[in-house]
Design a protein around this ligand. Structure first.
Ligand code: LLP
Length: 422
């Protein structure tokens, strides 16, 4: 469910015409619908409410979309934040997420990042290695602040998703192998300023099958029970994120938050720990589109190319994961074409869709790459010295630029000629 609909022949974001936005600010740009973000958060939060100890924490995975207005929209609804860097921590705090609702994940947190989290007084660090236990122990002791930690386990579960976004396999770099978790818990308990109070896991992203998640939950529950039998006291168990979203209108939708919550309710029956969830894509994926203009069309030996002004640097997912994004014309026509939609960048990987059946478009027409709200703008780069594109947020009939297009001069100003070249 999203709020990008064709009205009077033109695609709108809520009550704002995307054609009007394109004329005002130029293309390409990302556009987010706050009503969609709000709806997805509320549906997810309502579905999991009452599970575990009855007060679950829904911590939005900031990596999916760290835009300040996106985070502030979620903070106002009571969302927490799952952060993985000092930069994301600063954004979550700036957006108004209380420290008491922030969890810090990540396999390679550095000392200044650990310090920033301890100083901010965040709820919990999810620790991923024995080495990190010692690092955080020292930081917390030096700052004289006790810190609550969860051990992220490597549950050795195959999430059955794309290899590059699968994190739960035994050979993944994430978490501490199952068998070593009791020793890691004891090591954390032995640090004067660490309080091991939880377990965490995250097996992968864009999950379309819930059974690996159910396996993961079963493993977490058994481990938590064993740890308590060994004399530890657990408060929280964090299931990570991962719920998939529908990218293709012609394929069956992945399980909904309601299905997911029903599985969690079954798998956690009788638990009294607080549950934590870190959804990212599910909250923002369908809440964003990337709007682009057709520069020209050209015929190759056998392909009809539609060359657009967005490129792989703006939306990397098709190039990196062969990901599918539906492509729609802002002013749909009745006739259709088979097109290979490409950007202007000088490599063949700069292809959004190959031999795709789309609404007919010609030079000057505008299109939208759908479901681009998660892992879109945030994975952009300036490859080919292309400026990062603006992000716009819509709410009803209001809109605002919530991230500026960076200017070529500003990009150039970051470089310097080495003294011997002047
Ligand atoms: N928690 C942890 C510890 C994670 O590593 C992730 C995502 C999430 C939560 C949120 O997962 P989600 O609910 O969004 O699936 N760039 C890739 C996705 C990478 C996901 C990385 N971790 C893509 O564009 O598909």
């Amino acid at each position: 469910m999203d709020h990008f609909q064709t009205r009077d022949g033109v695609m709108h974001a809520e009550d704002v015409s995307l054609e009007t936005l394109a004329q005002e600010i130029g293309t390409p740009f990302y556009c987010y619908s706050s009503a969609t973000i709000e709806r997805h958060y509320n549906v997810f939060a309502a579905a999991v409410s009452g599970l575990g100890d009855g007060d679950p924490l829904v911590a939005f995975a900031v990596k999916a979309n760290p835009n300040l207005s996106v985070l502030a929209t979620l903070a106002r609804l009571g969302a927490g934040a799952d952060v993985v860097s000092g930069g994301e921590l600063a954004r979550a705090l700036a957006a108004g997420v209380p420290a008491s609702r922030i969890v810090f994940s990540g396999v390679g947190k550095q000392l200044p990042e650990l310090r920033a989290g301890v100083e901010a007084g965040i709820l919990q660090f999810n620790i991923e290695s024995e080495a990190e236990i010692l690092m955080l122990g020292q930081v917390a002791a030096a700052l004289g602040k006790p810190v609550e930690v969860a051990i992220r386990i490597n549950p050795a579960v195959d999430p059955r998703t794309h290899g590059k976004i699968s994190t739960g396999g035994a050979d993944a770099k994430f978490g501490i192998p199952f068998e070593r978790v009791p020793a890691a818990f004891a090591l954390a308990a032995a640090q004067s300023h660490l309080r091991p109070v939880g377990l965490a896991a995250h097996i992968g992203s864009q999950l379309t099958d819930l059974s690996p998640v159910e396996d993961m939950i079963g493993r977490l529950g058994r481990l938590a029970t064993d740890l308590e039998a060994q004399g530890h006291f657990l408060k929280r168990i964090d299931f990570g994120g991962g719920l998939g979203v529908p990218y293709r209108s012609d394929q069956p939708a992945p399980p909904s938050p309601v299905h997911y919550a029903a599985m969690v309710a079954r798998a956690t029956r009788g638990w009294r720990w607080r549950l934590m969830f870190e959804p990212g894509r599910m909250i923002v994926g369908n809440a964003g589109v990337l709007v682009s203009s057709v520069i020209l069309t050209k015929d190759g030996a056998s392909k009809h190319f539609v060359v657009v002004d967005a490129a792989m640097n703006d939306l990397l997912r098709p190039s990196l994961y062969n990901a599918w994004h539906d492509i729609k014309a802002l002013r749909p026509r009745a006739d259709r074409i088979t097109a290979t939609v490409v950007g202007p960048i000088c490599e063949t990987g700069d292809t959004f869709a190959e031999d795709r059946d789309i609404e007919a478009v010609a030079a000057g027409d505008r299109i939208a790459f759908m479901t681009a709200g998660a892992y879109g703008a945030t994975m952009a780069s300036t490859y080919n010295s292309r400026p990062l594109v603006p992000e716009v947020m819509v709410s009803g009939d209001k809109w605002a630029i919530v991230s500026q297009r960076n200017q070529p001069e500003a990009m150039l100003a970051l470089d310097a000629k080495a003294p011997w070249l002047k």
